[in-house]
Design a protein around this ligand. Structure first.
Ligand SMILES: O=P(O)(O)O[C@@H]1[C@@H](OP(=O)(O)O)[C@H](OP(=O)(O)O)[C@H](O)[C@H](OP(=O)(O)O)[C@H]1OP(=O)(O)O
Ligand SMILES: Nc1ncnc2c1ncn2[C@@H]1O[C@H](COP(=O)(O)OP(=O)(O)OP(=O)(O)O)[C@@H](O)[C@H]1O
Length: 492
């Protein structure tokens, strides 16, 4: 990219989250990822540069190590002409969803990240000329055992932390309605449960699912408050990919068939082995944690009705990206209640020795030494700041993996599949070359720990009150269906 000759007309709005905004080049397979800040909180150019460089270093030295070379794209920091950034900002403003406009794109520093456009191409080296379908899944919280345990009249049940949080977010108005999606189903490795999770995401995409065709968003909410998407329209877009040469008639039968194919292909891709990463080698204590069954998932409830109440072992193949992200999510050997006192220990130390913040690598550099310390999974607290710090850093990395997105790109194979350079996944009427990547691997800031602690307290409070008050108006429908809880016990 020639940063000297930038023309805003060659770039278009692509998407944004809470902290960054992405624009894509109209012809080339690259994106620019800008930071966003609240209007009152501007940062200096040096701070923005350092923040972006930290993102690159963390991807390169930590996440690439854990998740593998091919799944993580670190990108590079680029400096752009300020005039270009200002014009670009004006050009895209009208396309931004209203709910994201509480923060402004950083137009002052001139720095951004340049990354491959994962919605358009499959690997860095390979420029695509074929149609590309791309599915982005924000996996969301999937702690092995995080969540709430409730004591019912006859049994103890478990609600995963995702369901707890979403029940809370629906009640507080952030999301329209509770989704049937449960990360524990997606991470179960059981095909039926994974199909159910993916269909649930397709029904209620919220901020968890987006589908792009040739780089354009065709499905999923650009805005939390967008109306529900239409399966018939989605099937119309997908039909040429999954039923290329047959005259499958339109209508509900066709829609179902196309959606079923999509769900099957995505499941196969998610279960496929990817390149090496060291997450699988993370040593754990005697009882390995893994996804169990969540009461809030209709699938989980039906398993319980069949008497399959005990946690299932994770059936994910070790080489697949889901397995590796799960291992990183489980780096938090302590939940937030256990971690908070350790965070306070580090805080007290920093209050006394503020100059130590740098040596402790609280805000970077995220280098090889930082990575090595993450591998220490000991749980015996010797009362030191070093122990507390390791747990705090592991917690931050685990939170990052819980909030990342997986991007799956599918491109129909040419007749001669033997010439494919990449792995191939079959569907019933076609074959796709595919790639799987991970997005949004920005390390959660140290300061997010008190936020998590407060949020956790609010969620527990919300559930205690909701369950105990049996408030039919606030209680999500699927909790209403079951017996009332007599007591919400504790977070686990
Ligand atoms: O605060 P939470 O738990 O609601 O999670 C935030 C997410 O909200 P969600 O629960 O998915 O609706 C939030 O997602 P949205 O912006 O709502 O799509 C972000 O992922 C946020 O991360 P960051 O601040 O951008 O690093 C997430 O913040 P972190 O807590 O992971 O830092
Ligand atoms: N390299 C990329 N290629 C294609 N699309 C991308 C790329 N990086 C980001 N995007 C798109 O831009 C969107 C916003 O990016 P990202 O998730 O990194 O933002 P964020 O503000 O960090 O998100 P969050 O709110 O989850 O923290 C993504 O959902 C994805 O659709």
């Amino acid at each position: 990219m020639d940063e000297g000759k930038m023309d805003e007309n060659e770039w278009r709005y692509h998407g944004e989250g809470n902290k960054s905004l992405v624009v894509a080049h109209a012809q080339r397979c690259v994106v620019l990822r800008f930071l966003k800040f609240p209007p009152s909180r501007k940062k200096t150019s040096e701070e923005v540069f350092q923040h972006l460089q930290n993102i690159v270093d963390f991807s390169k030295n930590v996440m690439k190590e854990f998740l593998g070379e091919n799944s993580v794209h670190c990108g590079e920091v680029v400096q752009l002409p300020l005039d270009f950034v200002k014009q670009l900002c004006l050009k895209i403003q009208s396309e931004r969803p209203e709910s994201r406009c509480d923060k402004d794109l950083d137009t002052l520093s001139g720095y951004a990240l340049c990354l491959p456009n994962l919605a358009r191409l499959q690997t860095y080296r390979f420029a695509e000329h074929r149609p590309i379908l791309c599915v982005e899944i924000k996996v969301s919280l999937c702690q092995g055992e995080g969540g709430l345990c409730c004591l019912l009249p006859h049994k103890l049940i478990f609600i995963c932390s995702y369901a707890c949080q979403y029940g809370f977010l629906v009640a507080t108005g952030k999301w329209k309605q509770i989704s049937k999606y449960c990360p524990l189903d997606l991470y179960s490795g059981n095909k039926q449960r994974m199909h159910f999770a993916l269909k649930s995401l397709l029904q209620e995409a919220q901020n968890n699912l987006k589908i792009f065709k040739n780089g354009e968003l065709i499905y999923g909410c650009a805005d939390a408050r967008s109306p529900a998407a239409d399966w018939n329209e989605l099937a119309h877009h997908l039909k040429p990919f999954f039923f290329p040469s047959n005259g499958l008639a339109g209508g509900p039968h066709c829609t179902r068939a196309v959606i079923r194919e999509l769900v099957r292909v995505i499941t196969r891709v998610l279960l496929s082995g990817s390149d090496k990463g060291r997450a699988g080698a993370l040593r754990r204590g005697p009882a390995p944690r893994g996804p169990r069954v969540c009461e809030a998932s209709p699938f989980g409830r039906s398993l319980r009705r069949q008497g399959k109440n005990s946690p299932e072992c994770s059936g994910l193949p070790k080489g697949c990206l889901l397995y590796k992200t799960l291992q990183v999510q489980m780096l938090d050997l302590l939940d937030i209640e256990g971690l908070y006192p350790l965070y306070r220990r580090v805080e007290r130390y920093l209050e006394e020795f503020p100059e130590e913040r740098k040596t402790l690598q609280i805000d970077g550099p995220y280098d090889e030494a930082f990575y090595q310390k993450l591998l220490d999974l000991s749980t015996e607290d010797d009362g030191t700041v070093a122990f507390a710090l390791t747990k705090v850093q592991q917690y931050r990395v685990a939170m990052t993996a819980k909030d990342c997105s997986i991007m799956i790109a599918l491109s129909p194979c040419l007749q001669d599949t033997s010439s494919e350079q990449r792995p191939v996944v079959p569907s019933s009427r076609s074959r796709f070359a595919f790639s799987v990547s991970v997005l949004d691997l920005d390390l959660k800031p140290y300061e997010s720990i008190p936020h998590q602690y407060k949020l956790d307290g609010k969620i527990v409070n919300f559930y205690s009150k909701t369950v105990l008050a049996k408030d039919a108006a606030v209680m999500p429908t699927r909790y209403k269906e079951r017996e009332d809880c007599t007591l919400v016990l504790h977070t686990v």
